[in-house]
Design a protein around this ligand. Structure first.
Ligand SMILES: C[S@@+](CC[C@H](N)C(=O)[O-])C[C@H]1O[C@@H](n2cnc3c(N)ncnc32)[C@H](O)[C@@H]1O
Length: 284
C-alpha cells in the first residue's frame, strides 16, 4: 500500500519561518533553512502529543495557549542535541587540569584567596561539571584547602532534572577511565550513581545564556566552560552570550569553548592562550 506518510502534517516554508523565529528569540539558536526537514520530523511527535493536526495549529498553540511556555522549551529542545559525556574532549580537559587550574591557583594564592569558582554553562545532563569535580578531586584541590564551587546551568528543565538525579547509563561513561568509575560511581544494575564527594561542590541552575537578566545572577567566575552550544548560535547570539559570560567572570578568568568553536571575529574581550594542545581564552 502506498498510503504511508499520506496523513503526515507538512511544514510549509512560511510556518517554518514562524517557528524558527520563536526558537531564535527564546534561545539564540538559529535554525538554518536546510534544517527544515529535521524540524518537521522532530516536531511530528509534539503535534501528536498535543493532538494537533497541522503545524499552523502548533504555531497557534505556541503563541496563545496557556501551556505555551513548556511547549516553547520542547520546541527549542528539538533543534539542539543534549549530547554530552563524561571526559568529553580530553585534550581540552588536560589544558584545564594541567594549565588553567594551576594558573588560577598561582594567581589566587598571591592574594590569599583560597576559593575557585567554576561555571559549566550549557551543561546538559551534568556530565561536564561532574567531570570537572572528579578531576579536581583526583588532584586533591579541595583537600589542599581550596574551596571549590561548581555551577552547572542549562536552558532546559528536563536535562537539569536528569543532572540533579545524578544517575547515568554506561554510554555516558564511555570515555571515563575504569579507575574513576570504580572510585566515583556506585553501580546498580545498568545504572551508575555519582558519589557524594564529587556531587557535593556542584549546584545546578536554569540559565539562558542570551538572557542578561538570568546571567546577571552569576558573578566572579574564575573558569567558565561553554562548550558545544555556540555552534547553534548565529554571530549575533554568540556575541550576546559571550558578552554575558564576560560580565560573569572575574578579571583574568579563563573561558573554554568547544573544540570546534572559536571566538575569532566574535569578540576581542579575551586573549587566546595556548595550553597543552588546546587554546583557552583569558579575560583581559
Ligand atoms: C550539546 S549540549 C553541550 C553539553 C556540554 N557542554 C558538552 O559539551 O558536552 C548543548 C546544550 O546547550 C543547551 N542550550 C541551548 N541553548 C542554550 C541557551 N540559550 N542557554 C543555555 N543553554 C542552552 C542545550 O539545552 C543543551 O543541553
Amino acid at each position: 500500500m502506498l498510503t504511508l506518510g499520506l496523513n503526515k502534517p507538512r511544514l510549509s516554508p512560511e510556518t517554518f519561518l514562524l517557528l524558527r523565529d520563536i526558537v531564535y528569540k527564546r534561545s539564540g539558536i538559529f535554525v538554518p533553512d536546510n534544517k527544515k526537514y529535521l524540524l518537521e520530523t522532530r516536531l511530528a511527535r509534539r503535534l501528536e502529543l498535543k493532538d494537533l493536526k497541522t503545524f499552523e495549529d502548533y504555531y497557534y498553540f505556541l503563541t496563545y495557549d496557556g501551556e505555551r511556555e513548556r511547549e516553547i522549551q520542547a520546541l527549542c529542545n528539538s533543534v539542539v542535541t543534549n549530547e554530552t559525556s563524561f571526559f568529553r574532549d580530553v585534550p581540552q580537559l588536560e589544558a584545564f587540569r594541567k594549565g588553567v587550574v594551576s594558573k588560577v591557583i598561582e594567581e589566587k594564592s598571591r592574594c590569599s584567596d583560597r576559593s575557585i569558582r567554576i561555571w559549566s554553562a550549557a551543561c546538559s545532563t551534568g556530565e561536564e561539571p561532574l567531570t570537572i569535580s572528579m578531576m579536581l578531586h583526583e588532584d586533591c584541590v579541595p583537600s589542599r584547602g581550596w574551596n571549590v564551587e561548581i555551577l552547572g546551568s542549562d536552558i532546559s528543565d528536563s536535562v537539569l532534572n536528569a543532572a540533579q538525579a545524578g544517575v547515568y547509563e554506561k554510554y555516558s561513561l564511555r570515555n571515563t577511565p575504569e579507575e574513576y568509575i570504580r572510585k566515583y560511581f556506585t553501580a546498580s544494575g545498568e545504572s551508575y550513581s555519582i558519589n557524594g564527594k564529587v556531587r557535593g561542590p556542584v549546584r545546578y541552575k536554569k540559565i539562558n545564556l542570551i538572557d542578561a537578566n538570568e546571567t546577571r545572577a552569576v558573578r566572579g567566575m574564575d573558569i567558565v566552560f561553554c562548550r558545544n552550544v555556540l555552534i547553534y548560535f548565529d554571530d549575533a547570539s554568540k556575541k550576546k552570550a559571550i558578552g554575558h559570560l564576560y560580565d560573569s567572570m572575574a578579571k583574568g578568568g579563563y573561558l573554554l569553548v568547544g573544540f570546534s568553536e572559536s571566538l575569532h571575529s566574535i569578540t576581542r574581550l579575551f586573549r587566546p592562550v595556548s595550553m597543552e594542545r588546546s587554546v583557552v581564552y583569558k579575560k583581559i
